[in-house]
Design a protein around this ligand. Structure first.
Ligand code: ADP
Ligand code: ZN
Length: 730
């Protein structure tokens, strides 16, 4: 077994990251967490799924003299993790109930000999006298507690054995303790800290934003063909489709299989063996798609899941975010599509109705939150999701969700509609949902309207200018803009104080009037440019090797590594070592083989130049999105920055940023002179700023700010930079 290579001189975490794991940079907070643990401080790390928690203890384990024990409840994951580590040349083992007596003894002997740096154990295994006394006989330097939320009774996955880990800590007082989790509300966090006696200063909470996930909500019309439309875009790429019920899973999986798709079902109603087999086929890339209930996913570490489709509405935002979190763990773009129809919400409501008391109340809250999220067509999807986890998302435009990438619809004055709708809500005593209010406005004679005598209201029949669908859309906007509150199981609408004010003062309201059958333009960020044909050749080789070694393909190389190889054609050791995920051991083991394939491919296709592996920011930076173009067109047609800001519902400063992006990409702005009237800078300041911009290559603002001794603030400088860019192009 490989254990050399970690002796003198003491390597740094960064060098292990590169040489062993083949990664260039740490993900957010990884370095801080690693350093904190190395400084022997007990550490609590909260990171989203795919955030990179494992390296936080794997790298320290290679720097400690003794053993790192990793406690994890996910037995099915241990084997997978240990295989991945060994492929990187890290001496790791696991001990749990799945081992045969011989394997168990062998692993115990290896630990005793000091041939292991990382030992994965299930909590109940760790607590056995045999394992505890084994650990007494070696030096334990670090006790890692994975899925640390299991320690808390407030969490969604409490495990009593986890409580007893406190005793294990006492037994190994010299070992630093590192607790990790992806799901922890502040209450659970506090509980973990209290139980393990951690101080708040050693808590690290990473952002839950997963930039590489494209998030969209699609109106559910013909769900099966909508699903097929999506999976056809990801030929041969892995994906998960979540359904509400087992029956739905079976039906959809059978239908897709009958159409020739590579697909298997997964739910708790299947035999253990079949479930296991289906999961394994998916993990090994032998099957492309898993159709599953939410029972699927906990023990899955597969990094190359390219899409997650929600065929039905999830029950809560928390669950939804965890499920889409399984997409794109490798950091490459991934697609998350939620098919939404109101009748799905009603279906969940039906089940909620059978609950009682507090449980029912909580379930209704959760459902209302996810319905609000799904119905909101204006706000960036990331905002409500991250807000839910107590994080604020400040950017106006994430450029990676449907609401941010769809062409902005011009906002119009909807004051009259708003007034009609709001006053109708009021007159119906704030006791009804949007559908009923729309019926009143439309003068419907349906049973409910007649029973409540709502045909006698002054607002009855005054809304014939819009269809019911359009009124429903108005209602959703009024809710997301904070004029209406939606509560309870019947989604009852009531007016907020903002609405009262607006009605009283007759203030204008701006929004969108939906056209019947409006088609939305949706975009998606493009991937790195790479050669598909070469990628497929490399992928086939990876699969062959993986099957030979009986491990999942990603244990050999990640998709990201293959994509980079197919983009940069590395044909020598140093170029190969620049590829993400190629460390020393992987280079030795597979480097030559893959390089051979790349060389042959290049010769056959007359490819000589080797583009340098550069950070993959270029494609995104130079690309001008749909929204940027629309804003620039508006500017060219004579709209002021202020008008544009109002129209798009974003700040003036963001409008300036869009225009700057547009100009930087080499496009001409026609009415640039107008910008001069927007700045309070005098001629001297403008000249100074221009000469400073002229000297700098990247047009950063800071040097210009300094040169002007802070006379102009950054907003001013942004305008001057845009003016500079525009004039340079004339
Ligand atoms: P988590 O346990 O937080 O869900 P993992 O530790 O499984 O996440 O990491 C997710 C994926 O990201 C893995 O494939 C891992 O190899 C990769 N990864 C982790 N850290 C880095 C990094 N600094 N650079 C590149 N890839 C990374
Ligand atoms: Zn967005």
């Amino acid at each position: 077994m490989f254990i050399g290579g970690y002796t003198s001189p003491m390597p740094s975490p960064a060098s292990i990251l590169k040489e062993t794991f083949g990664y260039d940079t740490f993900r957010p907070l990884q370095q801080e967490i690693i350093e904190n643990a190395l400084a022997q401080k007990d550490t609590l790390a909260i990171m989203p799924t795919g955030g990179g928690k494992s390296l936080c203890y794997q790298i320290p384990s290679l720097l400690f003299d003794g053993l790192t024990v990793v406690v994890s409840p996910l037995i099915s994951l241990m084997k997978d993790q240990v295989e991945q580590l060994r492929a990187f040349g890290v001496p790791a083992l696991f001990i749990n109930s799945t081992l045969s007596p011989q394997e168990y003894q062998q692993n115990i002997d290896d630990v005793k000999r000091g041939a292991v740096k990382l030992l994965y154990v299930a909590p109940e295994t760790l607590l056995t006298p045999k394992i505890l006394s084994l650990l007494d006989s070696v030096q334990v330097d670090c006790l890692t507690i994975d899925e640390a939320h299991c320690i808390s009774e407030w969490g969604h996955d409490f495990r009593p054995e986890y409580r007893q880990l406190v005793e294990v800590r006492k037994r190994f007082p010299k070992a630093v303790c590192l607790a990790l989790t992806a799901t922890a509300t502040s209450r659970v966090r506090q509980d973990i800290r209290n139980t393990l006696k951690f101080s708040t200063t050693n808590e690290f909470v990473a952002s839950f934003n997963r930039e590489n996930l494209y998030i969209e909500v699609i109106r559910k019309r013909e769900p099966v063909s909508q699903v097929i439309g999506i999976i056809n875009r990801y030929k041969d790429q892995s994906g998960i489709i979540y359904c509400f019920s087992r029956k739905q899973v079976d039906e959809l999986a059978a239908y897709l299989a009958s159409k020739g798709y590579s697909v298997r079902p997964y739910h708790a109603g299947l035999e253990d063996a079949e479930r296991k087999r289906n999961q394994e086929l998916f993990i090994r890339d032998d099957v492309q798609i898993i159709v599953a209930t939410i029972a699927f996913g906990m023990g899955i570490n597969k990094p190359n899941v390219r899409f997650v489709i929600h065929f039905d509405l999830p029950k809560s935002i928390e669950g939804y975010y965890q499920e889409i979190g399984r997409a794109g763990r490798d950091g490459l773009p991934a697609h998350c599509a939620l098919l939404y129809s109101y009748s799905d919400a009603a279906k969940i409501n039906y089940f909620i109705d059978q609950k009682e008391g507090e449980e029912k109340r909580v379930a209704i809250e959760h459902l209302n939150a996810i319905v609000r999220f799904a119905e909101d067509e204006l706000t960036c999807r990331r905002k409500p999701l991250l807000n839910y986890f107590g994080e604020s998302y400040e950017a106006d435009n994430c450029s990676n969700c449907d609401n941010c990438t769809s062409a902005p619809t011009a906002l119009t004055d909807i004051t009259i509609f708003a007034q009609k709708f709001l006053s109708c809500v009021k007159r119906a005593n704030e006791k009804f949902g949007a559908g009923h209010i729309a019926d009143i406005l439309l003068g419907s004679k349906n049973e409910k309207v007649m029973r409540w005598e709502h045909d006698k209201l002054s607002t009855y029949g005054i809304g014939g200018e819009l269809t019911k669908k359009q009124w429903m859309h108005i209602a959703r906007q009024l809710t997301s803009m904070g004029y209406l509150k939606q509560e309870g199981e019947y989604h009852t609408l009531s007016l907020t104080s903002k609405a009262m004010e607006t009605l009283k003062k007759r203030e204008p309201v701006f929004g969108v009037v939906q056209e019947a059958g409006r088609a939305r333009i949706k975009g998606q960020r493009t991937d790195v440019e790479y050669n598909r044909e070469l990628f497929e050749i490399l992928r086939a080789k990876r699969k062959e090797l993986a099957d030979g070694e009986r491990v999942p393909p990603y244990v050999i190389f990640s998709d990201k590594a293959l994509v980079e190889m197919a983009a940069y054609y590395p044909r020598n050791e140093s170029a190969m070592m620049k590829i993400t995920g190629v460390g020393k051991v992987k280079w030795k083991q597979y480097g030559g083989l893959f390089m051979g394939l790349i060389k042959t491919f290049c010769e056959q296709n007359n490819i000589s130049a080797t583009p340098d592996p550069a950070p993959q920011t270029t494609s995104r930076d130079s690309e001008v999105g749909e929204r940027t173009r629309v804003i620039a067109d508006g500017f060219d047609s004579g709209l002021s920055i202020q008008e544009l800001a109002g129209r798009h519902g974003i700040t003036q400063s963001t409008i300036v940023e869009h225009l700057t992006k547009y100009a930087t990409a080499g496009n001409k702005l026609r009415k640039a002179d107008e910008l001069k009237s927007m700045t309070s800078a005098n001629e001297r300041q403008i000249q100074l700023a221009f000469s400073a911009f002229g000297e700098s290559e990247n047009l950063f603002l800071r040097p210009v700010f300094d040169k002007l001794n802070g006379e102009l603030n950054f907003d001013e400088l942004k305008i001057l930079r845009l003016l500079y860019l525009a004039q340079r192009q004339m």
